[in-house]
Design a protein around this ligand. Structure first.
Ligand code: PLP
Length: 408
């Protein structure tokens, strides 16, 4: 058996963390399409049941195709991070059926009736709805404030001792607001709160919340980690390995939010090109933002890579590149926005994000339709706001398409 190499780059980690170590010497981790696993003897079954690793018993509990993807994500999120004693940070990842499922396990396994979550107002619509209409049924409520103001965060923590968990999504849907991870982490420690982060928009290549002290991180792997729009999925990561292997694992398996071998395989393949895809997504996004910003038909561009964005400095501090998501408003408002969307010839009209092709959607009628118009306005979501997930097509073709769609 060869020695484990010390890998110095994210692509090497994404490509080499898992694979080839299977009994059939397959180069690529196979799709283990099996619901259950066999025991040679009663004794070996008993051993597997009583051992620490219950992943080779039944696929709701784990499966080798899941393990391969989980190990890769854990290696990416912990890449280059060290504990206070100098040892490398070790993370445990649990693959889920969706980002929503990973997020639900995260909240339910960490909170009890009577607890409060403190969070920022700009959130993915599904997270917002979970806070508003699902978690309250279990006695868990959410206090929503502007977490870009750390004084406001501290005031809320001082006032309410039921706040047990601070949750942030950064950058956040769809105005790309960013939250100071280091600042929030410090307050979470001071007030003995769990600190959780939705890292979907950034991916571990652009931002590593564990570096700033996060306790749990989750992703909708449906997005950039898969990268090709082929599967819904989610992952929950934690650094308290004992808790991940006991309480969190129990909630995950008993709520039944497991992944499936085919989707896990697609995710494993997608992640191998994460770095090269993200570099192209981000360089294209910067060009698109500059193009839109200079266009006479555009009223406003929300992109955290533009120095005019209110959270530009935070994005520069904690992200490798500002990312591939942006939103913008046309001077012609909702009517002009609809015309623009209908005229697109290459960019794709669809919700979701993080795929190799450029996706364009309309938050007011799609991702944020669960909010009232007043709530939407408070969050900067006007009726004419258009969201764009910039793909990795040739930049000239993206700009040509936008240009022709913006022409009157
Ligand atoms: C930021 C963010 N978090 C969570 C989710 C939920 O993920 P999923 O759709 O995979 O359940 C989404 C989905 O769009 C998202 O954009």
């Amino acid at each position: 058996m060869s020695k484990q190499p010390i890998l110095t780059g994210i692509s090497s980690v994404a490509i080499h963390t898992s694979g080839h170590n299977n009994a059939e010497f397959a180069h690529i981790t196979p799709i283990f399409a099996t619901s259950t696993f066999t025991f040679d003897t009663a004794e070996s079954g008993m051993e597997r049941y009583s051992g620490p690793d219950k992943t080779r018993i039944y696929s709701r509990w784990g499966n080798p195709t899941f393990t391969a993807a989980e190990e890769t994500i854990a290696a990416l999120e912990s890449f280059g991070i060290f504990n206070a004693d100098g040892s490398p940070l070790k993370l445990k990842a649990l693959l889920h059926a969706s980002g929503q499922s990973a997020m639900t396990t995260m909240f339910m396994s960490n909170l009890q009736s009577g607890d409060t979550i403190l969070s920022h107002f700009a959130l993915y619509g599904g997270t917002n709805e979970l806070f508003k209409s699902v978690l309250p049924q279990s006695g868990i409520k959410a206090t929503i404030i502007d977490m870009r103001d750390l004084n406001m965060v501290e005031d809320a923590l001082k006032k309410d001792s039921s706040i047990k968990l601070i949750h942030v999504e950064t950058p956040a849907n769809p105005t790309l607001q960013c939250i100071d991870l280091a600042g929030i982490s410090e307050l979470a420690k001071k007030y003995n709160c769990i600190f959780t982060v939705d890292n979907t928009f950034a991916t571990p290549y652009l931002q590593q919340p564990f570096k700033y002290g996060a306790d749990f991180v989750f992703h909708s792997t449906t997005k950039f980690l898969n990268g090709h729009g082929t599967a819904i999925g989610g992952v929950l990561l934690g650094k308290d390995l004992e808790k991940m292997n006991t309480t969190v694992w129990k909630w995950h398996t008993l709520m039944g939010g497991n992944s499936n071998p085919f989707d896990a395989f697609l995710l494993g393949q997608g992640m191998k090109t994460l770095e090269i895809r993200m570099d192209k997504h981000c360089s294209n996004a910067m060009e698109v933002a500059n193009f839109l910003n200079a266009h006479t038909a555009i009223e406003k561009v929300n992109y955290n890579g533009l120095s005019t964005h209110p959270d530009y400095a935070i994005a520069q501090k904690q992200m490798r590149h500002p990312g591939a998501l942006m939103s913008f408003e046309l001077k012609a408002g909702l009517v002009g926005g609809k015309k623009f969307i209908d005229k697109l010839q290459m960019c794709v009209r669809a919700v979701s994000l993080g795929t190799v092709d450029t996706l364009i959607s309309h938050p007011a009628s799609m991702t944020h339709s669960s909010l009232t118009p007043e709530e939407r306005l408070k969050y900067g979501i006007t009726d004419g706001l258009i969201r764009m997930s910039v793909g990795i097509e040739n930049i000239a073709d993206i700009l040509n398409d936008l240009n022709q769609a913006l022409s009157v």
